[in-house]
Design a protein around this ligand. Structure first.
Ligand code: BG6
Length: 492
């Protein structure tokens, strides 16, 4: 078991402290790190929301959230954790209360100070302005912002400019929680901590890459946001492109934040443009119709949304290409969707076939090697290899996985992505956070796809809830003589 190193004591302010993200993710993540002894007891966690509560009622909501979202949370640890938690009622757009708030924070002047903006981006400018006016942005204070960082390049620029009025880039932590997932960091370990893979990690040896992020959930209660976003903005612009970057980037000189982010940026800038000329053959968008999930019958997207006529996509598949020497001609097939049959996120590296077989046809077919990095639900890595089928009966070949499930191998459950990311903010480590130019480059690739969809006459293709998306998604990859990796089964 790795040694848990405590971070320095800090003050973390969560704007939007009563919101869903704070209750479901941020506070449970902080609780777990506290329970493991990584957060010093004199740290402070301040929930800020519109003025209508007090410390006691806020702590009661946090207590309830922890009981609900942290399995096995223990009552006495919860109470110790709650002694770090307080509440401040503030309206970002009104000056009332800001003097007291600033005085409270300044009472511990040399503290690491973190402001988590878990609010609508429309409030960022007001919050940042006040933080600056009250000089709370000084002395290395950090700000954390979440996606959606804009709806397109222009709106992302506005948000980033707003934040930049108070914080320089080295103090801005843009969270993409996929980068906090264990397997994603394991990709770095696997690629750059071993000599085995890197010589094969190129167009000479890799046939193609697949990145799938499948969800069983539907719209949930996020209609207002999701219907404006859709799967391309909600998942591809950030999570899937970040995963693609981790697979495709060159070896950075070190794990230094800018070294890693420079390499990711080069990948984003090498993405072959998709626009009205090729959108029809490189993208598929879908929208779920009623069907079945593992929980039984489920309504369509339109019924979930309660607004007929919406053309928002809940599924997208894309054939992307990274136009550079390493990846020339290697497609990266991306797909993500809601109401698919399983909750699965994985990256599949499909190697090329052997150049020549020495085996008789009776030995059976030789499947090319495949490396599967599973992000969820069960994190781990599988490398599919050909071996001789054991026992007598002639030489028959069989495909078997070298299988490493992290939970089984290490006997520990994987930490939630926010646990690592929040402590990285406190440590001031920007490696797993998106730099502004990365966000811009991702939008530069996404915007023309959105524009092409908008100008075309095609609507999202319907798919039945509980299936793997529209049949056009299967056709997208089969046209190239390939198939989607069967994420349902443990066998290839
Ligand atoms: C969020 C999206 O960023 O990621 C959601 O807004 C999505 O729509 C979620 O459900 C998926 O995250 P995870 O960690 O559950 O795969």
């Amino acid at each position: 078991m790795a040694e848990m190193k405590p971070v320095d004591a800090f003050d973390l302010v969560i704007f939007g402290g009563t919101g869903d993200l704070a209750m479901r993710k941020l506070l449970p993540a902080l609780y777990r790190r506290f329970a493991d002894g990584q957060i010093p007891a004199d740290s402070r966690i301040v929930g800020v929301a519109r003025p209508h509560g007090d410390d006691e009622s806020y702590r009661a909501s946090v207590r309830e959230a922890l009981a609900q979202f942290v399995k096995g949370a223990d009552t006495s640890t919860i109470e110790r954790f709650l002694s770090l938690v307080s509440y401040f009622g503030l309206d970002a757009t009104q000056e009332l209360g800001w003097n007291e708030f600033a005085a409270e924070l300044k009472s511990r002047p040399s503290r690491i100070r973190v402001f988590y903006l878990s609010t609508s981006p429309s409030l960022f400018v007001a919050i940042c302005e006040r933080l600056r006016a009250h000089e709370l942005n000084r002395d290395g204070a950090r700000v954390v912002i979440e996606k959606p960082i804009g709806n397109d390049l222009a709106s992302a620029t506005t948000i980033n400019n707003d934040v930049a009025t108070a914080f320089d880039e080295h103090h801005v932590f843009r969270i993409d929680h996929y980068l906090g997932k264990e397997t994603v960091q394991n990709l770095l370990a696997l690629r750059f901590g071993n000599v085995l893979f890197e010589p094969l990690w190129n167009a000479q040896r890799i046939d193609h890459v697949q990145i799938t992020v499948a969800e069983t959930v539907g719209l949930e209660k996020r209609g207002a946001y999701y219907d404006n976003a859709g799967a391309l903005r909600d998942m591809v612009q950030n999570h899937l492109l970040q995963l693609l970057c981790m697979v495709a980037m060159e070896a950075p000189a070190s794990l230094d934040a800018d070294a890693v982010r420079d390499e990711k940026l080069k990948v984003l800038r090498s993405l072959k443009p998709i626009d009205a000329n090729n959108v029809g053959i490189t993208t598929v968008r879908g929208q779920y119709r009623s069907g079945a999930s593992n929980a039984g019958a489920v309504p369509s997207y339109i019924e979930d949304l309660g607004k007929p006529g919406s053309t928002t996509e809940t599924f997208v598949a894309i054939k992307a290409e990274v136009d550079n020497w390493r990846w020339a001609g290697v497609p990266f097939y991306l797909r993500t969707g809601k109401r698919l049959p399983a909750r699965v996120s994985e990256i599949v590296i499909q190697f090329r076939s052997i150049p020549h077989s020495i085996f008789a046809t009776s030995a059976g077919p030789i499947a090319p090697n495949r490396l599967v990095l599973r992000l969820q639900p069960d994190e781990g890595v599988k490398l599919w290899l050909m071996i001789k089928s054991p026992g007598p009966g002639g030489l028959r070949l069989q495909e078997v996985p070298l299988d490493m499930s992290f939970a089984e191998a290490f006997g520990v459950s994987q930490p939630d992505a926010y646990e690592r990311l929040l402590l990285d903010v406190v440590r001031g480590n920007l490696t797993l956070f998106m730099r502004r130019d990365e966000v811009d480059a991702a939008w530069r690739w996404i915007d023309p796809i959105l524009a092409a969809w908008k100008s075309g006459s095609e609507m999202p293709k319907p798919y039945t809830a509980g299936t793997w998306g529209p049949s056009a998604s299967v056709a997208l990859i089969e046209r190239d003589g390939r198939t989607w990796h069967d994420s349902d089964s443990t066998d290839p």
